[in-house]
Design a protein around this ligand. Structure first.
Ligand code: 3AM
Length: 189
């Protein structure tokens, strides 16, 4: 199965994103929008994984996430991948507000744990974002204005989710396999 680890979006940020998404759905052509329940912030793409490595790694995800604290985030701006040339992905950036470096730390610790469990290293820099849409095949999609968002909302990230990605007509669909709460081990202490 094809797996990835992602932060679950705080409800307040999801709400803001859905307002923006509805606006873009109405005004932009050439894009395939992710269904609202599939919106997430990828922390570590794991790739095609056999069931033994998957099950062996889950305690490590549990531990790393339990040892991290919940953190507060806000949406930053809309962007696209690639930044130049024809856009394939439309996203909204996420930035941490408090306590400081928790989001990057969490991604880094998951990266270490993934490598320790034999997953191929992720060489690309971590760029926290929520993918809202992917270009339709062969389309030259319209672009929204890529400016800072008017949303001032903030919300707490409290969960990391292990997702399975399945190929489906009309684009990949995601299934949550397991949810890991942030800060579980600090609560026990
Ligand atoms: O939904 P986002 O954009 O966060 O782009 C893929 C998607 O990210 C990314 O993993 C998420 C779930 O599919 N992805 C796909 N292939 C990848 C790869 N080879 C990848 N990330 C890194 N390396």
């Amino acid at each position: 199965v094809r797996l990835f680890l992602a932060a679950r979006l705080p409800e307040s940020l999801l709400k803001d994103l859905l307002v923006l998404r509805a606006d873009w759905v109405d005004t932009l052509g050439g894009w395939r929008f992710l269904p609202p329940e599939d919106l997430h912030v990828t922390l570590r793409f794991l790739g095609e994984t056999a069931s033994a490595p998957d099950l062996l790694a889950r305690p490590a995800w549990t531990r790393v996430v339990a040892e991290a604290r919940p953190f507060r985030c806000a949406l930053t701006r809309a962007g696209r991948f690639p930044e130049r040339g024809s856009a394939r992905v439309l996203w909204v950036g996420l930035e941490e507000r408090e306590p400081g470096a928790a989001l990057g730390d969490l991604a880094r610790r998951l990266e270490q744990a993934a490598r320790a469990h034999g997953f191929a290293p992720e060489e690309r820099p971590f760029h926290p974002h929520v993918t809202l849409a992917r270009a339709r095949r062969g389309a030259r999609p319209d672009l929204p204005p890529l400016e800072p968002l008017s949303s001032r909302g903030e919300g707490w990230v409290r969960e990391v989710v292990l997702f399975e990605s399945r190929v489906a007509p009309g684009g990949a669909r995601y299934t949550a396999l397991e949810t890991f709460p942030l800060g579980a081990s600090t609560l026990d202490a």
